[in-house]
Write a protein that binds this ligand. Sequence first.
Ligand code: EPZ
Length: 419
Amino acid sequence: MTTQLWIEGGNRLSGQVDVQGAKNGVLPILAATVLTRDVCIIENCPRLSDVEASVRILRHLGCTAWWEDGALVADTTNMDRFDIPDDLMREMRSSVIFLGAILARLGAAELSYPGGCELGPRPIDLHLRALRELGAEIEDRGGCLRCRAAGLQGTELTLALPSVGATENAILAAVGARGTTIICNAAREPEIVDLQRFLNACGAWVRGAGSSTIMVEGGATLHGCAHRCMGDRIVAATYLCAAAAAGGEARLTGVDYRQLSTVTAALTEAGCRIRSEPRGIAIERAGRLRAIRPVRTAPYPGFPTDAQAVLMAALLRSQGATVFVENIFENRYRHVDEMIRMGADIRVEGRVAVVCGVESLRGAVLRATDLRGGAALAVAALSAQGESTISCTEHIDRGYEDLARDLTALGAKIRRIQA
Ligand code: EPZ
């Protein structure tokens, strides 16, 4: 049963929404439960297809996992396998995040890793180099990884670039290694801080997450814990951009405004009024938005690549031209052609996209190309005259619990329909 999103644009927003738990926070935490050999209760866990994919992997490994009172419970006591089959790997490419934890738990891990995805090649060389420095022997047979580690040994390692996934894999392997590990040039994303919180609640010793240098004292026997996931800062950025695009006002709760400072700075420069609140953020947009200084995506705390498409969507009708430079992924402008179908004026040259604001956009028949690009089409459709439909919503469902539910709460005219 395929569904589409139907949107009637041109209406100002007004409403409030509690932002879901963070997809990119919960995925490494689900991998980390493997290290506890116990029961972990994950509260504020978003109900996403990527989370369901992780649950299928845990069950394949011999663990059990179930939803109880709104929380996801994982029991990894009886884990008895160390392989992730190709079909499960292909469902979600970030499944590679299980590698370090499986290796630390069982001394062996086998998984395939498909090549690129819709964002371009997704290499894992930094993951593998970090695990090898921790003592893993990894045979890479053309897409199938065979890893063995009699015992992982703590070490000092430096990542060639601050990769989120490689940082997380290194932390999880280091927790299961003997001795001290220092990870230099680590990614600083808030989701890594949340992973540290989870691991320390389970009895691990991890320090420095959020900075470029992370220290791990490995070898402790871990136990389960109850952990409340952080709010999803990219979902929050999406909803802020929706209010900026449609005009009106919105209040978001359940998210830390400090984690969105580059996004709120851009929207403020464009002419929005943004107020931080104890448990969230409020945004108001009255007049026409203005173009802003170049938006260059960068590792945290720089402007998040995951918010590039939704900010672009918000600026399609702004006054003037805004330059975007996508520095993280090679192919992250696939939403541009769909926006042009709505009357947007965007020119792409390699990593650079120039958005020239237009007076108006028209609703169109649209197709989601990837997770954040799909959400960006919904943002653009809110500011277009007339009706739009968006197909291939499975991309959007990977990261948004219920985009139609949340945007409706903000006053948008949007619903999910049968295709
Ligand atoms: C995480 O992906 C997020 N996914 C992505 O969110 C996010 O866009 C990305 O970090 C950057 O913030 C999850 O957390 C599940 P990286 P990840 O390793 O870990 C290169 C979304 O929309 N690289 O920081 O895969 C890589 O090619 C998703 O929610 C290597 O060269 O990102 C990219 O250019 C999309 N070798 C850059 O680093 C490696 O071994 C950043 O990738 C690993 C990465």
